[in-house]
Design a protein around this ligand. Sequence first.
Ligand code: NAD
Ligand code: IPM
Ligand code: MN
Length: 363
Amino acid sequence: MTKTVAILAGDGIGPEIVAQAVNVLKTLQVSFGLDVQLVDGLIGGAAIDVTGVPLPAETLNLARRADAVLLGAVGGPKWDNLERDIRPERGLLAIRAELGLFANLRPAILYPELANASTLKPEVVSDLDLLIVRELTGGIYFGKPRGIRTLDNGEREGFNTLVYAEHEIERIAHVAFRSAEKRQGRVCSVDKANVLESTELWREVVTRVARDYPHVSLTHMYVDNAAMQLVRWPKQFDVMVTTNMFGDILSDLASQLTGSIGMLPSASLDAHGKGLYEPIHGSAPDIAGQNRANPLATLLSVAMMLRYSLGQMELADKVEQAVKQVLKDGLRTADIFSKGSDQTLVSTQEMGDAVVAVLRAAL
Ligand code: NAD
Ligand code: IPM
Ligand code: MN
């Protein structure tokens, strides 16, 4: 049966990188019989410009109907002064919440060819393969009360609430333990239980869930130490599970271990296999419109989509193999290019075309 994929390109470099992903999906359609229908929708600033809101009802309906959603990125200086509730980022938070996408998988894998692209020593990052499991629909991002209020003395204060219910912690912990069972069997739960009650409960619930997984080992780490350990010796980690905000920060940090934020894909999943797939990076306004962005995080997100939502394991492998091949061939966008070596500096489009060419050749 034909599967529907909603394509939400968004803002900044979003349309440039998503165009490469669409070319890959079309290649899989034409050459490998992938039975998908691609339907475009508006989100973020692009949606605000046309409809006045960052997540129009039409887009949400499309995403609900679709078997999977591919998203580029949202946001940019053009919309930064709008009222908070109608900024592009709210569209992204709303689609995650509305679709119940509580489990955000962010794999940080170092491709051997990029050992020199990382700012860390090659021996620190070589063979790195860690998975950050980030809780995505709770925590301080969504907790109430929130806002900015004026005090009696006329001063204003901003406030947010970090709250986690037991069921929210349980379900993300299960995702982490099940992931670890298929990997090296080690989960590190990252919290700030020494200071914050909400993560004291987090630690308690994760420890309880661990009893269902006798073959997985569980350790706990405070988030400040975890940030340091990720830079000191990242290979100590297999699966890291953490809250919405800690996961946001630690995954950007981990991406640099792999050479560039332009290499890290993600899957945001509900309880039933529905998924939204997007690179972890943003709309990169500093390089938007220049055909310089690295599209590989988005292409690797397509591979995750093929694997988790479309049941196409072989095609997922093919896309990942094609990405490895173009790196082996020495092709590099600016973010992963090192001077004076056997590398060719390529544009977004050239990188996308090269992946498509490798896929076609694999026919
Ligand atoms: P960013 O991730 O957009 O950019 C950070 C740095 O990384 C920039 O120097 C950028 O050029 C570089 N970079 C990012 N992606 C790249 C790629 N594919 N190839 C090469 N270089 C890349 O983060 P930011 O600058 O903090 O935020 C910019 C905007 O994006 C903001 O409006 C922010 O809210 C939004 N944002 C959106 C998402 C999302 O849609 N998922 C994620 C993060 C930030
Ligand atoms: C991400 C982004 C988003 C987040 C923003 C744009 C809402 O940084 O996907 O990592 O914080 O979740
Ligand atoms: Mn982020």
